[in-house]
Design a protein around this ligand. Structure first.
Ligand code: ADP
Length: 303
């Protein structure tokens, strides 16, 4: 069935991204809560039609580690994209000062299974693997969103803020000046997966904070420096797994099948890991942080 705006009751705003806002909506005919992303684009009708058609492939992206797509429509020059509502939000706001190793292994296994599914079944390379694109719900499920399926949509998004934290593999950074598309392969996503894993593990982006303000320094560190590693507080198995993602030569990186077979992830589905409990604790940590920020905002400025 096709979704349209008349069927939706708008509720709260869930967040703002680089290209628009995400709201929670109730789909009245089915009584299903959804997340609706509004992307503002100045495009003509043909291009908007092309985007809606390209997004249609998402109806086939049905997998336990992929955020479900319900449909898209456009009004004037905005594309509205409706997807599964994930009631604990994105991982970047939940990992706190880092997550325990069993939780890390579960999160990463879900990400790797989702990425493998996209590639094997739909020939889709994600292209934007990072903690903000991993969503969580209170059942403890971990799912990927925001993957590149629409070439037209990608071209239309003005890439104004080339983020201050880059998850791009070295070959992509080097290739940007030549031909970015030809240098992008599935193993570029494996690099980003490794970097995301480090960030989730330790609770911060793995390259030094001095480079956040200086895009050039950061890209130089990625291309010319040694890849970052998990600290020694993690098991040898976990460290080895991350090392197999963060190989600078793309040919040297592990495949998804190898990563899922690695002792760090093998057996994940049969290991009991209390993901619900972790989400409850992560949400209360996030709420505490929010209150702290609110209070520091209220405090009178020192004169
Ligand atoms: P970005 O451009 O940074 O990737 P998005 O526009 O995708 O951000 O999303 C902005 C925020 O909206 C996210 O950080 C997340 O908290 C929230 N959000 C996005 N999609 C969903 C969803 N399906 N369910 C719940 N919250 C969501």
């Amino acid at each position: 069935f096709a979704i349209n705006m008349n069927q939706l009751q708008l509720e709260d705003e869930l967040g703002r991204g680089a290209y628009g806002t995400v709201k929670r909506v109730l789909h009245k005919p089915t009584n299903v809560l959804m997340a609706m992303k509004e992307i503002r684009l100045e495009l003509d009708q043909t291009k908007l039609n092309a985007i809606i058609m390209e997004l249609d492939i998402l109806h086939r992206a049905v997998h336990p580690s992929i955020v479900e797509f319900y449909g898209a429509f456009f009004i004037e020059s905005c594309v509205y994209y409706c997807m599964e509502y994930m009631d604990a939000g994105s991982l970047d706001k939940l990992y706190g000062v880092g997550v325990p190793e069993p939780v890390l292994s579960r999160i990463v296994a879900c990400m790797a299974r989702g990425l493998k599914f996209l590639k094997d079944e739909l020939q889709i390379i994600h292209r934007d693997v990072k903690p903000t694109n991993v969503l969580v719900n209170k059942r403890g499920e971990i799912k990927l969103c925001d993957f590149g399926v629409s070439g037209q949509l990608e071209k239309s998004l003005a890439k104004t803020n080339i983020g201050c934290q880059s998850y791009m593999a070295p070959e992509r950074i080097k290739g940007e000046s030549q031909n970015a598309l030809s240098t992008y392969t599935v193993s570029s996503d494996v690099w980003s997966l490794g970097l995301a894993t480090l960030e989730i593990a330790v609770g911060q982006y793995p390259y030094p904070p001095e480079t956040y303000q200086n895009v050039f320094a950061q890209l130089t560190a990625i291309v010319h420096g040694d890849p970052p590693e998990l600290p020694d507080s993690y098991s040898h198995t976990a460290k080895d797994w991350v090392n197999r993602c963060l190989v600078k030569r793309p040919e040297g990186r592990a495949s998804y099948a190898q990563l899922l077979e690695h002792p760090f992830l093998r057996g994940d589905q049969t290991r009991p890991t209390d993901m619900r409990g972790w989400v409850v604790r992560a949400l209360s940590w996030r709420e505490e942080q929010r209150q702290l920020q609110e209070h520091s905002g209220d405090a009178p400025r020192p004169s």
